[in-house]
Design a protein around this ligand. Structure first.
Ligand SMILES: [Zn+2]
Length: 309
């Protein structure tokens, strides 16, 4: 028998959770629990000024209100700087890291127009600076640190969306693994945390699908196993519009004034295809019913616009 699945939910508490976040948590939870697996909570509060403790606490309260539970104390990224530093140092010792002194304006000016949703690929302006140039520029500006990625393709099989491939150098560019303000980059922290927590299954929104090949490259470089990835469709409101953080009405504080936890879970499960109708349901019932084959690939739509007080 293989080892039990380990799933996780990893919110960034820069605001209150909204229905899109909660759908992601629900599917990650149901997937892990329906396999008899473990479920972990990680608070991605690396950017401490944007993610104050009161928002982390509110996030945990919201999840508890809905009945979610996790098997270990929540992991706070803000407390793990030493761990990220150790892995950053390993990458640097491999000769894969270099300083980038570009300002936001320089990066913006260098990018090609009409990129759509994709982030710009870095033009490697700082990839070949001499030690003297680095010393000179360091006098006036603290650099970001970038991971050099190879001109190579990374392919993987997303368990929900199928085969995905990207050329790292062409499609991603060299990745910032430490920002100029000294904070470690999202990609490094996620890869290190998933690996050290023993996560075997990552369920998250398809808006992060394009980040996955560079995370797989980081895993391989650091000698970590690659978990199963299941990216999920985005959740739209009842009119088919993308949910935004500004939709306060679709945040849990507003919803919980007029809806029970079972009503909110049932509405999400209906949007995800797990229930055939919009009715209240408990996490236990949904765990028994859960089947990935019921979850579509197309964007999901809320069955109704929740009424609020
Ligand atoms: Zn640069």
């Amino acid at each position: 028998m293989s080892a039990p699945a380990v799933g996780r939910f990893a919110p960034t508490p820069s605001g209150r959770l909204h229905l899109g976040n909660l759908l992601c948590c629900l599917l990650a939870y149901l997937s892990a629990r329906s396999q008899g697996g473990r479920f972990l909570l990680r608070i991605e509060d690396l950017d401490v000024p944007r993610c104050p403790k009161r928002l982390s606490d509110a996030c945990i309260e919201d999840l508890t209100f809905l009945g979610f539970d996790w098997d270990e104390p929540p992991l706070y990224q803000s407390a793990r700087t030493d761990v990220y530093q150790a892995h950053f140092d390993r990458l640097r010792e491999m000769g894969l890291v270099y300083p980038c002194f570009c300002t936001r304006a320089q990066l913006h000016a260098a990018q090609a127009p009409n990129l759509g949703e994709r982030e710009p690929v870095y033009n490697r302006a700082c990839a070949h600076l001499t030690p003297a140039e680095i010393a000179e520029r360091s006098r006036t500006r603290r650099p970001a640190m970038r991971l050099r990625v190879p001109d190579a393709e990374v392919a993987f099989e997303d368990a929900h969306f199928g085969a995905i491939r990207e050329n790292l150098a062409r499609d991603c560019g060299d990745v910032i693994i430490r920002r100029s303000d000294g904070l470690f980059g999202y990609q490094l922290a996620v890869v290190v945390d998933d690996a050290l927590s023993g996560v075997t299954e990552v369920v998250r929104g398809r808006d992060i699908l394009a980040s996955t090949p560079r995370q797989i490259y980081l895993q391989r470089t650091l000698g970590f196993d690659t978990p199963v990835y299941r990216h999920i469709p985005l959740l739209m409101d009842a009119q088919g519009r993308r949910l935004a953080k500004r939709d306060r009405d679709l945040g849990l504080p507003a919803l919980s004034r007029t809806m029970s936890p079972e009503q909110i879970l049932g509405m999400l499960a209906c949007a995800a295809g797990i229930l055939d109708e919009n009715r209240p349901a408990t996490l236990d019932e949904l765990t028994k019913r859960f089947d990935w084959r019921r979850v579509p690939r197309d964007d999901l739509r809320l069955p109704c616009t929740p009424k609020h007080a």
